[in-house]
Ligand binder design. Structure first.
Ligand SMILES: NC(=O)c1ccc[n+]([C@@H]2O[C@H](COP(=O)([O-])OP(=O)(O)OC[C@H]3O[C@@H](n4cnc5c(N)ncnc54)[C@H](OP(=O)(O)O)[C@@H]3O)[C@@H](O)[C@H]2O)c1
Length: 282
């Protein structure tokens, strides 16, 4: 089985650099698909309250028989639950649905700076409470812009362990990555293959042919060599295995730079802009 590197977080814990994401995996299929990901070798799963499939992840964990300390499970606070009381109740439910006493990593999913009178600091303080209670080993944020990180640093003493943001060859998100790095926060890159959009790219397919790998493997390897954490999603066991075979080849500097040069700046963003995103699901 491939040896996935563990990266050190700023709180002393470690995180496997490669995991499996379950965004858009239907709840009824989640136990089966997560189980297939475990069989392919993944031990790090990225879910969220918003995906409504934490129960399926919990079922797969129980069915797998994999020792708890070999797994790394992340979930995220849904947008309707930023107020401390709601955050506490929803966190309790996440742990119950996942069947865990303690989660490895819990994130604020979106900063929602135009909601809750702009207050995401009290939400962050509530996550700090979960960590102090020993119920979240590590805590972090998602979709935080540099200004949002700066505000947490001014108003609290705990630096997020990770910032999970959109990053792929068409959207380098370099300002956010630089702010993460400067603060000692690891970047987790979501939609690492832009949901498939970068796989036909001429530069990527040419490099893939040169190194004898698939375009998805080349794009994912680019993230890993830049130091970011990734968790590609796939519903098919063949692709799960393909996306896991990333540790027996390397891209040279020229290939890394050629892929980084595909960055389209803001035009490459596929998801919502965190400065304006304000969606609260039903
Ligand atoms: N924090 C956030 O706001 C946020 C937002 C988005 C995503 N995420 C996280 O990031 C994870 C990954 O992002 P994502 O699911 O949006 O997109 P992604 O991993 O970039 O791409 C997934 C898509 O690519 C296809 N695919 C996967 N491997 C492939 C391969 N080897 N060859 C060809 N096609 C392939 C999949 O199809 P099949 O399934 O049909 O194989 C699926 O349609 C999510 O699951 C979630 O955990 C977080």
């Amino acid at each position: 089985m491939a040896n996935v590197p563990n990266l050190s977080l700023n709180d002393g814990n470690t995180i496997p650099q490669l995991g499996f994401g379950v965004f858009q995996v239907p709840p009824k299929d989640t136990a089966r698909i997560t189980g297939q990901a475990f069989e392919a070798g993944y031990r790090h799963i990225d879910t969220a309250q918003m995906y409504r499939n934490e129960k399926g992840v919990g079922e797969a964990i129980r069915d797998s028989g994999i020792p708890r300390d070999e797994l790394f499970i992340t979930s995220k606070l849904n947008n309707g639950f930023h107020e401390p009381e709601k955050a506490r109740a929803s966190f309790d439910k996440s742990l119950i649905d996942l069947g865990l006493d303690e989660i490895d990593l819990f994130l604020i999913h979106w900063p929602l700076p135009t909601q809750y009178a702009g207050d995401f600091v009290s939400t962050w303080k509530t996550l700090i409470e979960f960590q102090l209670a020993g119920r979240a080993r590590s805590i972090g944020v998602s979709n935080f812009q540099p200004a949002h990180l700066a505000r947490l640093s001014e108003e609290t003493d705990v630096v997020p362990a990770v910032n999970q943001i959109e990053v792929h060859p068409y959207f380098g998100n370099e300002a956010a990555r630089a702010a993460d790095k400067a603060a000692g926060i690891l970047t987790e890159s979501w939609s690492p293959i832009a949901q498939g959009a970068v796989l036909d790219d001429e530069v990527i397919t040419k490099i893939a042919a040169e190194v004898g790998r698939t375009p998805a493997q080349v794009a994912l390897r680019w993230h890993l060599q830049r130091g970011d954490i990734v968790f590609p999603k796939s519903s098919t066991p063949e692709r799960m295995s393909e996306n896991f075979e990333l540790f027996d080849f390397e891209l040279d500097d020229e290939a890394i730079q050629a892929i980084s040069a595909l960055d389209r700046g803001e035009a490459g963003r596929t998801g919502p802009n965190p400065d304006t995103f304000d969606m609260i699901p039903d």
